[in-house]
Design a protein around this ligand. Structure first.
Ligand code: MEV
Length: 324
């Protein structure tokens, strides 16, 4: 029995970082996926993955989540999500030793929620292998628990959007699916620098300890998320874009932008984007832009590719993690 599962990656349209402190965020699942196949194996969990920048990698994971035989620190970090998901699946579903193959259409540490998508897909794959009927709410809860364990601090954003798909407003553990009046064209560009969520969340927490204005910045982000959500529901993409630009400025104030991300954001705007911003934890990773016209989006991709950035046009995906 071989189970195939896919989970969407995500972009945050507004609200990252502030959402960790209880303010709302709006995120969207992308038509770009992580795919996992799971089948019963011999005596341990064997993982084969192309998640790593080090190419195709094999690992062995024990029931209690230990990764065997790896020396590379960066690789270990990526596999920690998989290992923690394996341990959860052993505890919650009594998952049998299985072979897992993981493929991602985007690089890890890109700010696109690869870790949450991989975690959700591994959990659903192992639930299916175990013959356990798992609800979406259970998957969402487990993904959040894995993120919390690995990162130290995590909002419900990534866990919710990879589980349910579509446009989602998240506030604390509450969420609401948004039906936008019009579907935008989205472009994602990778700065070619890694974005480490745990580290960036810690850095923002430290800045918040030192500077009184950080709470005010987060409050403003929360306010613009409410306005962005209303504009999205009304199909007012121009206002959505303007608010994304404003959010980018506030993320820069939190010091999570980089020179490469600034360049990408400005290329997007020159190519006619309605709005562009860092997406996810920043410090590297991706920027996302909203376009009205597909031809402008394609032009932005060409310009960014010529500058050495990896960029692609994508669309919102209505589906969350599911078997294929
Ligand atoms: C990560 O995609 C977004 C952050 O807000 C962290 C979180 O929400 O857990 C930076």
């Amino acid at each position: 029995m071989r189970i195939s599962v896919k989970a969407p990656l995500k972009a945050i349209l507004a609200g990252e970082h502030a959402v960790v402190y209880g303010y709302p965020a709006v995120a969207v699942a992308l038509d770009t996926y992580v795919r996992v196949t799971a089948e019963p194996g011999d005596d341990s969990f064997r993982v084969e993955t192309e998640l790593s920048c080090e190419g195709n990698v094999r690992a062995e994971i024990t029931r209690d989540g230990n990764v065997k035989g790896f020396r590379s620190e960066s690789l270990h970090e990526e596999l920690t999500y998989v290992a923690t998901a394996v341990r959860k699946a052993s505890e919650e579903f009594d998952a049998p030793p299985s072979n897992l193959r993981i493929l991602s259409e985007a690089p890890p540490a890109s700010g696109l929620g690869t870790s949450a998508a991989v975690t959700a897909a591994v959990l659903l794959g192992l639930a299916e292998v175990s013959g356990v009927n798992v609800s979406r709410e259970e998957i969402r809860r487990l993904v959040r628990e894995v993120e919390l364990e690995v990162q130290g601090k995590a909002s419900w954003t990534d866990a919710t959007v990879v589980t349910y798909g579509g446009f989602v407003r998240v506030s604390g553990r509450e969420f609401e699916l948004i039906e936008p009046e019009r579907n935008p064209v989205l472009v994602v560009a990778h700065s070619q620098e890694p974005s480490r969520t745990g580290e960036m969340v810690r850095r923002v927490a430290e800045l918040r300890e030192r500077l009184d204005i950080v709470d005010g910045v987060m409050e403003l982000i929360g306010e613009l998320v409410d306005d962005l959500e209303a504009a999205l529901r009304d199909g007012d993409l121009r206002t959505v874009g303007e608010l994304m630009n404003a959010n980018h400025g506030l993320l820069a104030a939190l010091n999570v932008s980089t020179r490469a991300l600034e360049e990408i954001v400005h290329v997007f705007r020159s190519a006619g984007a309605l709005g562009a911003k860092v997406t996810g934890a920043g410090g590297g990773g991706c920027a996302v832009a909203l376009f009205e016209r597909e031809e402008d989006a394609k032009r932005a991709v060409e310009t960014l590719s010529a500058l050495g950035y990896e960029a692609f046009v994508t669309r919102p995906s209505p589906c969350g993690v599911k078997t294929e």
